[in-house]
Design a protein around this ligand. Structure first.
Ligand SMILES: Cc1ncc(C[n+]2csc(CCOP(=O)(O)OP(=O)(O)O)c2C)c(N)n1
Length: 547
């Protein structure tokens, strides 16, 4: 068969349900090979949207997401998603068109050297020069994307190569090699816990999913250890649990940091322990932590990289937590006091109060209404921006939810990820939180929602500013507004023009009733909130910042 057909058959063998794409003349043979395939091609309006959708699907399923884009401009448009996949450690396989083999290296129309372009982001960049190597390359790419620290893999497809004779063998998926903990590792962690008076778990994205979340909950309960979750991973642990120690990210107040700093043992599991997860390398402190540090991750690369790590275990964190959860520890009164000191603060911190701004709707009130009305298993996606701060601080998520956000902080992730969530599991409500800045970066993927029947609900904070940047600006240069104001379209009319249902929330409206209308619509809807600028985020008001 043609190399192009072999790609299609390989995707089918890997059980790929959807491939997200923007078409290009550089890979027509692959589009042709997907004609009639069980792999559903989701045609998007921008390659960043297509890439974000594939990343979101990978976050939902734990399996590599698949995106296909055209050469040159298509590839550069998709690069934001490659960066997110790298930073968020998400398995992603990216097929990119390329100029014909005879033209390579001549600076041909739309030619880019993908090894250079993606070399700093991707786990592998394969340019297939001989169609006979396609089966091996594709299967290897799927394995590489998923193993160890997951990430993006690029497959470059010179146009004429797609017509090469590639043989008839479609290999079975290569099993992903998983590192396992050794015989003494569980014992060593137990010994560290036994010595500690104030242990804490820092739980990351690799604990997402029913098995990981169950292992974490069981371990934390059995060992009586509080659990803090890393940035945008608050769905891995019950935020209402007495063991919940909060969400680590931006805006953690001094009292939270002080409470955490009292820990004498940090068990980091399923997180790379990057700058955001470690509160900018302060918890633990780099390079010499004030606490004992245990770090469990399936790839050795981040372990002991920035922090001196007393016990680094290169292993599947879920399997190790499962083992550790089997032997309960006797609760001590000192241990219980440690748990309640940290959880006591969190309970207070989770309480929502409104500054009652006079210049628009407090977006926090809308988030609270959505949280109250959303189904228990809602999939929530957040764009980068202040509007997500209320979600992280006040929505008490549980592992029944799924929270998808770009840990890399890429604006524009919200709407496409919500559309992908609506497509990947139509039985669950997908809810997006996005600002007016992010909405006009990739919000046009609302068209994809309408085209493919995703019933995504989009909650839009229309405050007329790039709010997050205004926050930083007011803190550093009070009152000197520069480059952060926006003039917006009528978002409700805009949403309706796509065929979505739109609800506008203005000051004085019944927020609960409007949210019910938006969430209750049997199709895609946009809840357009005329938000206050004064109620800038879940952490501060504009005037307080200026002062
Ligand atoms: C692709 C990209 N461009 C720029 C930024 C920098 N940035 C972070 S948040 C933000 C503003 C977000 O504004 P908006 O979407 O309106 O949400 P708000 O903060 O007002 O809630 C910007 C520009 C980014 N993170 N990603």
């Amino acid at each position: 068969m043609r190399a192009a057909d072999l790609i299609a058959r390989t995707l089918e063998k890997h059980g790929v349900a959807r491939a997200y794409c923007v078409p290009g003349e550089s890979y027509l043979a692959l589009l042709d090979a997907l004609h009639g395939s069980s792999v559903k091609l989701i045609v998007c309006r921008h390659e960043s949207g297509a890439g974000f959708m594939a990343v979101a699907e990978a976050k939902m399923t734990g399996k590599p997401g698949v995106v296909m884009v055209s050469r040159g401009p298509g590839a550069t448009n998709a690069s934001i998603a490659v960066h997110v996949a790298e930073q968020d450690a998400v398995p992603l396989v990216v097929f990119i068109g390329q100029v014909p083999r005879a033209e390579l290296g001549r600076g041909a129309f739309q030619e880019v050297d993908y090894r250079q372009l993606f070399g700093a982001m991707a786990k592998g960049v394969f340019e297939v020069m001989d169609g006979a190597r396609m089966a091996e390359t594709c299967t290897r790419a799927f394995r590489l994307a998923a193993e160890g620290k997951p990430g993006p893999v690029i497959i470059s497809l010179p146009e004429d190569m797609l017509d090469d004779e590639a043989g008839e063998t479609v290999p079975e998926p290569f099993p992903v090699a998983r590192p396992h903990h050794g015989a003494g590792d569980a014992q060593a962690v137990r010994a560290a816990i036994a010595k500690a008076e104030r242990p804490i778990v820092v739980a990351g994205a690799l604990l997402r999913g029913p098995r990981g979340a169950a292992a974490l909950a069981r371990f934390a309960e059995a060992q009586r250890i509080p659990v803090a979750v890393t940035w945008k991973n608050q769905d891995v642990f019950d935020n209402g649990s007495p063991l919940y120690a909060g969400h680590l990210g931006f805006g953690n107040p001094p009292r939270h940091r002080e409470a955490l700093a009292r820990a004498d043992l940090i068990i980091a599991a399923g997180t790379r322990l990057g700058d955001v997860a470690s509160l900018n390398y302060s918890f633990p402190q780099a390079p010499q932590p004030a606490q004992q540090l245990v770090h469990i991750y399936p790839d050795g690369e981040p372990v002991g990289k920035v922090f001196r790590t007393d016990l680094g275990i290169v292993a599947d964190p879920v399997a190790l937590l499962e083992e550790l959860g089997q032997a309960p520890r006797v609760a001590s009164s000192a241990g219980e006091a440690w748990i309640s000191s940290i959880n006591g603060f969190i309970r207070e911190f989770q309480i929502f109060t409104s500054p009652e701004p006079g210049d628009g709707v407090d977006f926090g009130k809308v988030v609270m209404a959505v949280a109250a009305q959303a189904p228990r298993d809602a999939v929530v996606t957040t764009d980068a921006g202040n509007m997500s701060t209320w979600v992280h601080r006040h929505w008490k998520m549980t592992p029944a939810n799924l929270l998808l956000g770009a840990i890399a902080g890429a604006m524009g992730f919200g709407v496409p990820s919500g559309v992908a969530a609506g497509l990947a599991d139509p039985s669950r409500m997908a809810i997006v939180f996005v600002g007016d800045g992010g909405m006009l970066m990739t919000g046009q993927e609302l068209a994809s929602a309408v085209q493919y029947g995703a019933k995504t609900k989009i909650v839009l904070s229309d405050n007329g500013i790039y709010g997050t940047i205004r926050t930083h600006q007011e803190r550093h240069y009070p009152g000197r507004v520069s480059g952060t104001d926006l003039v917006n379209p009528d978002f409700s009319a805009w949403a309706r023009s796509f065929g979505a249902h739109a609800v506008t929330i203005s000051p004085g409206d019944d927020i609960g009733a409007k949210v019910a209308e938006g969430l209750g619509h049997d199709g895609p809807s946009v809840i357009h909130v005329k938000s206050s600028r004064e109620a800038l985020s879940a952490f501060s008001t504009l005037n307080a910042l200026r002062k």
